[in-house]
Each structure stands twice: as C-alpha cells, then as structure tokens.
Design a protein around this ligand. Sequence first.
Ligand code: TRP
Length: 456
Amino acid sequence: MIPENIKRGNFGSRFGFVLAAAGSAIGLGNIWRFPYVAAENGGGAFVLLYLVFILGIGVPVIIAELSVGRASQKNPVGAFRALAPGSWWPAIGGIGVLTGFGILSFYSVVAGWTLGYIVKTLKGDFLGGITGEESGAAFDAMSQTAWVTILLTAIFMLLTILVVRGGVSKGIERAAKILMPVLFVLLVFLAVRAVTLPGAGEGLRHLFSFEYEKITIQVVVKALGQAFFSLSLGMGAMITYGSYLQRKENLTVAGATVAGFDTLIALLAGVIIFPALAAAGVDPESGPPLVFVVLPTIFDSLPMGNLFGLAFYVLLAIAALTSTVSLLEVVVSYFIDERGWRREVATWTFGGLCLLLAIPSALSQGAVPWLSEFMGMGFQTLLETIFADYSLSVGGVLICVFVGWRWGIDPALEEIRRSGDRFALAPLWRILIMVVCPLAIAIVLGFTLWSQFWGA
Ligand code: TRP
C-alpha cells in the first residue's frame, strides 16, 4: 500500500510549506484589494481594525484550519466528514468549495488585468510621462473592451489550470519558493520611492491616522472580510493546505509566519499607493481600478521605470497565480478525494466552468452597462461582497464553532502538539476559538444584517 503522505503528495519542507501557504495568502488581496478597500473605507480607521482582526481572529483561525487539515488529511468536505462523521458539517465544507469557485471567478478577471499590464509595459505605453488622468483612460480602454478583458481572464485561467493539473509540490511549491522573495524586495524598493514623492506625507497620514468617527459598521465588515480574504481563510483553503503538511511541522509557527508576511505586504502596498495617489491626483475612491491607475505614474517617475513596471507586473501576476492555484486546488481536491475524479478531468472541468462565471465579472467594468450597474454596484463588486466579505466571515464563525465545540479544542491541541510544539499560548487560543472569535464575527455580521434591513 502506498503510504498516505506519498499518495497525497507533501510539501518538501517547512520552508516550502510556508512559502506556498504565503503564496496562497499573498496575492491581489494584498496589492490590489487592500489599498482600494482601505481608501474607500476611512483609511487609518480601516487599517487599524484590519490589524486588530488579523491578530485577534486571523491568526487563531489559521491555526485552527491548519490543524483540521492536517488531522484529517482531507479536502474541506472530507475533513469535516472524517472529524465529525454522520453530521451535517460536511455541507459547510461544501459551501467553502463553492466560495472558492466564486472567488476564483472575479479574482481571475483582476489577475487578467495584470497580464494586460505586462503587455502594456512591453509596448512601452507608460514611457515618456503619464498623468493620473491618462493612466485612468488607459485602464478603461483595456477593461472596457469586452474581447480584451475576456481574453486576458481566459489566459489567466488557463495558466491556473496548467499549474493545478501538475499537482501540489511540483507546481505550486517550486514557483512560490523562488518568486515571492523577489516580489518582496521590489515592493520595498517601490515603497521607498513612493514616500519620497511630493505630497507623500498627506497620503501616509490618510493611511495611518486613526479617526474614530470614521468607524462605521460598513468599515468594520469590510476590515473583517479583508482580513479573511487576505489570509485565505474561511473557506477551507488552509484546511486543504494543512492536509498536505507533514506531522513534524510546527503549525503555530507556520500560521503566524504566513500571517506576518501577508500583513507586511499589504501594508507595503498601502505605503506605495497612498502617497502616490495624492501625487498623481487620482481619486482615492476610484474602486477596483485604483492600483492599476496609480502604479504607472510611480513607474513613470523612476529612471528605467518601464523596466520596473514590467518586473512588477510579472511578479504580481505570479503572486496572483499562486493564489488562484490555491482556490482551484480546493475545488479540484474535493472532486478528487470525495467523488473519485481524475485530477486532469476535475481541473479542466472546474477551471472551464469558472471561466464562464468570470465572463459577466469581466464585462462589468463598463463594457456592458447593465452588468456594470448590476444591483447598484456591478456584477464583480457584488460577487466580491457576497463571497469575500460575507461568505468568508460566515465560514470563519463556523470553523471556530467546529474546532471549539464539535471536534474539540483538546484533539486540536493534540494535533498541534504532535510536532513537539509546546504551544504556550494554548489557553489563550482556546478562549479565542471557543468564545471570542465566533462571538466577535457573529456580532459584526448581526449588526450588518440589522443595519441593512432596519438601519439607515
Ligand atoms: N488570499 C489571497 C489574496 O490575498 C486570495 C485567496 C487565495 C483566497 N485563496 C483564497 C481568499 C482562499 C480566500 C480564500 O490575494
């Protein structure tokens, strides 16, 4: 018989795992979504809440998901089935699989834009001076041309399919290992450039100054949703990754390291975008296009800017790819483990179906008016709100309830300690997972529902 760990494929090393899990976490969520959602939702107030949520909810929950995955060695549905046989919990895993599918659809549209920007830099579109306004027009020309944005989305989906088809350690690990550190160095460099732009101080103040009055229920929900989205939590991606993790690895250190890098990268992106925004005269509330409009103006202010731009978009596309791979992997591993599909077939089928769902998102940036105004926010933003903000938060409550009350904190701790980890913070973690996190998330969600239906 083939031993379990060889059959499923394992990460070669802790370093490889941390990089691959960080590869899932670090992506467009940090560089594209964090700056635009922060800019729309009160700047510093949002950032502070986000940090509180990462530390108080994100880190405990990532440890919980990893422990479920490693204990069960299964995809989200199988994990619940293995740890709570005969219950309705596997259905919750099913919602996670569906959420992964939904996120992948709108995410791959934005990922497609990064490919578009690679082409733009190759063509030299940003050479010789570009204003914020011209940059905005260039973005619109790309995102509002139906065939261009659909083609870009399709190419990105194809890349994702090709990586996922190859299986875990061959594809994901190898790419993540080399490229994430390079992206990090480039971001630090760009941050240094951005903070020395004229007017940078004002942008930084907007990012970091905390104004109590700016906290509304919408800001709180967005910060919570972004914390889950950025860490790839709440839908079982980390359960799936945990299932590939070897017993000797330290879960708590791995989880905290991933969260640390992820947060650092989001903050770096903020430090790049906020100062540059002011310098280029771009509207902070320009929504999803924000990063794509602002960045070319920074590259423009650098010697050999086009080359930096090219390097940046290539790395961003790869960061996005390590995230889309983790999203598709959740869906695919479910169909392989639970339904007995072949990897090849599952990958092509669900990658292809997801592309179909991505098309209305791709067309909702102005290419097709009724999709762009769908339910007052546009199809893509609607999917983002449903899947990123709500579904992940609900998933977060459920995973806490599952680990805290159904499977049990003690078996979870036993799994965590298998590596020899003492986990001195275990008593704190116990309270967080059993009481504080699920209650805090439920209260936030409850308030949102309440304000939707009965509030202003
Ligand atoms: N965390 C990724 C990002 O910030 C996106 C992502 C990948 C994700 N896998 C996920 C989000 C699973 C939620 C769940 O770009």
